[in-house]
Ligand binder design. Structure first.
Ligand code: 1GP
Length: 266
């Protein structure tokens, strides 16, 4: 079964999923494996590995350590075409559709495509949208793009619909790692109501309650990085995982049976 299908099945069964972002710069050496194992024990649904700015050569080393030791899907979350490796199951094949930087719309993708093929990695085409979070984030700076304004959901909706019409498989609403404010529930609700694509939301999510609110607003997958890396520990991850999955279950319970059966499974 493809990784994408596995993710969709998890969403269908549990209503929502929690993904942990592991950054090889912030969590070096064996610590990244410890964190990955803690995530697995805490019922996290998938691991993302990568960064918008890698300051070390630990990317490949980190993936090698993790791959084969955890049964969770290991998905590359690349900042550029250098972050491609055979030691992962899939790669979020991101196009930064909120920006107008041609390198991140198509350039890096062209560089990465032949390697992805050679390594047999599963590409998951994802429309990546950076939302303003009240201050500069590294993804914003490194991508040299303007974020979508939080107070203009209509602009976010038009971008999301364009991603759907372009045939992308997922959408990622990103406030940026360590963002002051996470993506607002208002934007999530508006985008959720406008497109059918599975919705990933991440950046600046610091508490389980906040994560649950994003799910209630319509996020399908929540990404947490900093909070697990800085103040993690299995207990903390478990509480996040329970909060996301309970919010997901509530969402399923609210769906009329016909709608639940008809949920998008693309
Ligand atoms: C960043 O969305 C992810 O790309 C996670 O952000 O590190 O702030 O949790 P945090």
């Amino acid at each position: 079964m493809s990784v994408f299908q596995r993710l969709l099945d998890a969403r269908k069964q549990r209503g929502a999923g929690l993904w942990a972002l592991l950054d090889p710069d912030r969590t070096p050496g064996e610590k990244i494996l410890d964190l990955a194992l803690q995530c697995e024990k805490s019922d996290v649904d998938a691991l993302l590995v990568g960064s918008s700015l890698l300051l070390s050569s630990r990317f490949e080393e980190a993936l090698k350590l993790i791959k084969g030791r955890v049964s969770l899907p290991v998905i590359i979350f690349p900042g550029n075409a250098n972050q491609v490796s055979r030691y992962a199951d899939a790669i979020l094949y991101l196009s930064l559709i909120s920006g107008r930087n041609p390198d991140l719309l198509i350039g890096e993708q062209v560089k990465a495509a032949p390697l992805i093929r050679e390594y047999g990695l599963e590409p998951i085409s994802t429309g990546y949208m950076i939302v303003d979070s009240g201050g500069p984030t590294s993804v914003q700076f490194m991508s040299n793009t303007q974020p979508l304004p939080q107070e203009r959901p209509d602009i976010a909706k038009a971008h999301a619909l364009a991603a759907q019409y372009l045939g992308m498989k997922m959408l990622y609403l990103e406030a940026g790692s360590g963002a002051k404010s996470s993506v607002s529930e208002r934007i999530i609700e508006e985008v959720r109501g406008y497109v059918d694509l599975p919705l990933i939301v991440g950046g600046g999510i610091r508490t389980p309650e906040e994560a649950a609110q994003k799910v209630e607003a319509g996020a399908d997958f929540i990404v947490v990085g900093n909070t697990f890396e800085e103040t993690g520990g299995q207990e903390k991850i478990e509480v996040f995982s329970q909060a996301v999955h309970q919010a997901g279950e509530k969402r399923i319970a609210k769906l009329p049976i016909s709608k639940e059966r008809g949920r998008p499974t693309n």
